[in-house]
Design a protein around this ligand. Sequence first.
Ligand SMILES: Cc1ncc(COP(=O)(O)O)c(C=O)c1O
Length: 406
Amino acid sequence: MICDGAEKVMIGSNNYLGLAQDERVVEAACDAARKFGSGCTGSRLLNGNIRLHEQLEEALCAFLQRESVLLFSTGFFANQGALATLTEDDDAILCDRENHASIIDGCQFAPAKLVPFRHNSAVSLRNRLKRLPAETGKLVVLDGVFSMSGDIADLPPILEVAREFGALTYVDEAHALGVLGPLGRGTVHHFGVNDDVDLVMGTFSKSLGSMGGFIAGKKEVIEYLRHKTRCFIFTASLAPAVVGGVLKALEILQAEPERIDHLWRNTRKMHAGFKEIGFKIGSTQTPIVPILIGSEAKAFQFTQRLYEEGIFATPAIYPAVRYGEAIVRTSYMATHTDEDLDRVLEIFAKLARELGTFEDPVYSHPGRRKNVFDFSLSYPEGSHPVREGSGDAPRSESGLHPAISR
Ligand SMILES: Cc1ncc(COP(=O)(O)O)c(C=O)c1O
């Protein structure tokens, strides 16, 4: 990419298959805009419905092997809207502690009680379910691929526990579509459990290179959501260019599976490369590779230096990650070349030496330590990358976002 007039290697994007810049996708988006206009200027339930929306819903049904699909204007709205709508007062939503913010916000809008369980732990889920009255309606919600750690949901045991307690299940496939499972159909297909999961959610803002989201499930549930979900009813529908581009991207994804093979080749290379240098990359199993730094200020400093060296990545700090475990979040694409990736590894190794990353006590003992906000780092005049006072944000006992740690 070109940024501030200089070439950078992009390792901060969710464009896993490189389809956002594919000429066929861009052309399909332009064609749709020429035919239908720049926007639909209304809700789908009013004037904002065009044939393309229905075509995309049908194409997704076939791809995901689901009865019915409902499009949303963003992935965030899909989670927030569906979760707020699916439950009633006496229900409980069991939510993995590392679920995406849109899920947590959806739970907050929902009348149901939010019951968090330990990240990716069927044992913790079981303990939580055990304490709920038998008559409580239960919905277990989790990311298929976790957006910060890059690990894959341990679906088989989690689904078994959910089944034991009669809980319904909901999997967010945002980072799994185009990445996991045959033809990139997602985590539920990767584990062969599509029929055991009640609802799947996905986005177009990652492998499909655009924006928007969807919920897929049984026809009667999707029809209920279509007529009840405020995030669907009271917002304008996806623009024609978006839908046209996503339809083409979905077609290419299925016609060119070698893209996914290449993505995984690049992923394996980077997992091995970072480990060899000595970086801690946590439990990632996917193209999302978090590079632990520990200190928030140092995560900003590291990414600033990466940028100066021609690499674009972003830091992730609390509440996106646990307090005291700041990372440089990197993610890889099918379109990265070996040359790009070798350069990335070379610069990371150089900066770890330059910035003393591995000698930092916050790196060797991450977690809740006093010095994670180290504002005494020196920066050139006027370029301090951390906002004054950002270290004063209220934190909860568990080090997690207050909404989830209650
Ligand atoms: C796991 C997960 N779910 C949902 C979303 C929201 O999707 P969108 O950006 O398409 O609104 C994201 C986006 O970052 C995500 O990572």
